[in-house]
Design a protein around this ligand. Structure first.
Ligand SMILES: [Cu+2]
Length: 617
């Protein structure tokens, strides 16, 4: 299977005589021979040489900031070193929220407001920890290389000023977008939040996470370590714990999976070489380049490469987060036993669902029970068999990214009885059951687009848009403008060859269904005229049939999601492949009436002569 960046290289080799558009969608290229990945040009540790299972799994809930009673805290970003690689290997420079990688967790309570102040002043303003591409959105107008804005991923109904809008960044020395040349102010001016980010926690118990979201460098900031858990508790979950229905901490174990690469000195490695230019495109001007996707071969869980966890022979509540840039995981256990899924990004299902494989796109979370009771004395490996790109890319190397962590069932069984998950367990005893997803006739629908274009340098440029207008860049005028209080269905047509985990800020949504379609988007404009639907819509898998904030959208399918928009203001929806959202698979959307200034700023921006704003396709 040929990857698309390999395809770009091949496209260059084939010369200008062939229409790129034909090549682009010619899936017969999938039969072409594998080309060695040319991207890792600097010396790296051979991941096969890093011994696995040398260090225990860190517990991100130990030492968490407890804001279950409400209140406020300050999170200080710190440049530190972390022992990510096994003991005896070099440590890794990171940027960590409160100095750790992953950052310090926060535990809060449903519907009890929390205030968080983010302090970046201790970071060196002049140099990023990682190579910054100056030719993606958010980096082309003289923006400083070191910028931050935090986003609480999965938060519902928060004020737009607290959502971490990507251009509402701040530098360590206090500069914001307002300090830039006014002619370079983005599509809709969004001021940086000068004070506390206010989180109303207006939702059920769930596992959220906070991470950086600065425009064009999100992937770098997150890769540098800027991600942490935000655990939301509520009375329903407490009832389940108090009545022994689900395991309580310390039998509750977050598992944050991230793929990484390292230099021999322990430093984080990330590809910084551009794909070869295609004929007819501007030559690459030099400097670091984004890549179509990043796939690291070293699996890091809770900040440690390939850890192990010693467990008792009983049930554990394991809460997975895929915090990777591009890699999907199709998790399974070497014992062959199932995961019992309790819930996902937005909270609990009505009842547990058993699955033997669990697919997580970037930013997805699943809340599971794993029962180690029958496996005393055994070692169980959590494995991954997802292809990359997902779902039809290269097979995973079973010796590297094919292994995640080990559960060693070596601890003696404690005296605490394990009564969890009796047959017929209702996971929402103190909440209404999940509403049935039954769209009312006449529910407004938007027909949206996932598209792969090419930027001015001939690099792959994944984008969003609408099927009628085609691809739309970050600076194009707002097209998704739901009314306050509106319930809408977004029908998102994936006209790319890969799956994308699409995240919509501010709301929790339900997957209505998925359906295959026939018809290719125009390779230049992205317009997808009258796609023909094939067969019957398919309901979401039982384990993803609850409240979600990120959903996998498969190639050749329309994925329909339904949500209600409550809070007016400017937010974003985007692909959570971080290398995609940075280049430029992200769009602003606005809830409620657009401010009068929005159109004016957009017009001046769009008539600007900057060559960087011109898409050649
Ligand atoms: Cu994507």
């Amino acid at each position: 299977m040929i990857s698309r960046r390999q395809f770009l290289k091949l496209g260059g080799a084939l010369g200008a005589g062939l229409a790129l558009s034909q090549l682009w969608f010619d899936r017969t290229l999938a039969q072409a021979p594998t080309i060695l990945d040319p991207l890792y040009t600097r010396p790296i540790i051979n991941p096969l040489a890093i011994p696995k299972y040398q260090a225990p799994l860190p517990d991100p809930l130990a030492g968490a900031i407890n804001l279950t009673g409400g209140g406020s805290t300050t999170i200080t970003l710190q440049a530190r070193s972390a022992q990510v690689l096994p003991p005896g290997y070099p440590s890794t420079p990171i940027w960590g929220y409160n100095g750790t990688y992953p950052g310090q967790s926060i535990i809060a309570s449903s519907r009890r407001e929390v205030r968080v102040r983010y302090d970046y002043t201790s970071i060196n303003s002049s140099a990023h920890l990682l190579p910054v591409d100056g030719h993606v959105h958010g980096t082309m107008m003289g923006e400083p290389p070191v910028r931050f804005v935090a986003h609480l991923h999965g938060a519902r109904n928060i004020n737009p000023l607290s959502d971490g809008y990507p251009d509402a960044w701040v530098t360590p020395d206090g500069k914001t977008i307002a300090d830039m040349d006014p002619t370079h102010v983005p599509s809709i001016y969004t001021p940086a939040n000068p004070g506390d980010f206010v989180y109303p926690n207006d939702q059920e118990a769930a596992l959220l996470w906070y991470h950086d979201h600065a425009l064009g460098i999100t992937r770098l900031n997150v890769y540098a370590g800027m991600a942490a858990l935000y655990v939301l508790r509520d009375a329903n979950e407490q009832w389940l714990i108090d009545n022994g229905r689900i395991p309580a901490y310390p039998y509750e174990v977050p598992v944050v999976i991230q793929d990484r690469m390292f230099f021999a000195d322990g430093g984080l490695a990330i590809p910084d070489q551009p794909a070869p230019s295609l004929p007819g495109f501007a030559p690459w001007p030099g400097g670091p380049s984004i890549v179509p996707e990043f796939f690291g071969e070293v699996i890091v869980v809770n900040g440690v490469s390939w850890p192990f966890l010693e467990v008792e022979p009983r049930k554990y509540r394991v809460r997975f987060l895929n915090g990777s840039d591009s890699r999907f995981y199709e998790l399974f256990l070497s014992s062959g036993q199932p995961f019992t899924v309790l819930g996902m990004e937005g909270g609990f299902l009505n009842a547990p669902v058993e699955v033997t494989r669990l697919v997580l796109g970037p930013a997805e979370r699943f809340d599971c029970i794993i029962d180690f009771a029958p496996y005393a004395g055994q070692t169980i490996t959590l494995r991954n068999r997802a292809r990359s790109p997902f779902p039809q890319g290269a097979t995973v190397n079973p010796r590297t990214a094919g292994e995640i962590m080990q559960f060693r069932v070596t601890r003696p069984r404690s005296l605490t009885p394990d009564t969890s998950l009796p047959p017929g367990t209702n996971l929402r005893p103190q909440l209404d059951p999940l509403p049935v997803v039954a769209p009312v006739p006449g529910t407004p629908r938007r027909q949206l687009l996932l598209f792969e274009g090419i930027d001015e340098f001939g690099r792959l440029k994944p984008m969003l848009g609408t099927i009628a207008r085609g691809k739309l860049d970050w600076f194009a005028p707002i097209t998704e403008n739901p009314a306050v209080g509106a319930t809408e269905i977004w029908e998102i047509y994936n006209a790319t060859p890969d799956a994308h985990p699409i995240h919509i800020h501010e709301v929790l949504f339900r997957i209505v269904n998925r359906q295959r379609f026939r018809g290719a988007a125009d390779p230049i404009t992205g317009v997808l005229p009258a796609p023909a639907l094939i067969g019957q819509p398919r309901a979401p898998a039982a384990y993803e049939a609850g409240w979600k904030d990120t959903a996998i959208m498969y190639p050749g399918e329309v994925t329909r999601v339904m949500m209600t928009f409550n809070t007016p203001g400017l937010f974003v929806w985007h692909c959570h492949i971080l290398s995609h959202e940075d280049h430029e698979m992200m769009r602003p959307y606005h809830i409620g009436p657009l401010p009068a200034s929005a159109g004016r700023v957009q017009r001046s921006r769009n008539t600007g002569a900057s060559p960087f704003l011109c898409d050649l396709l």
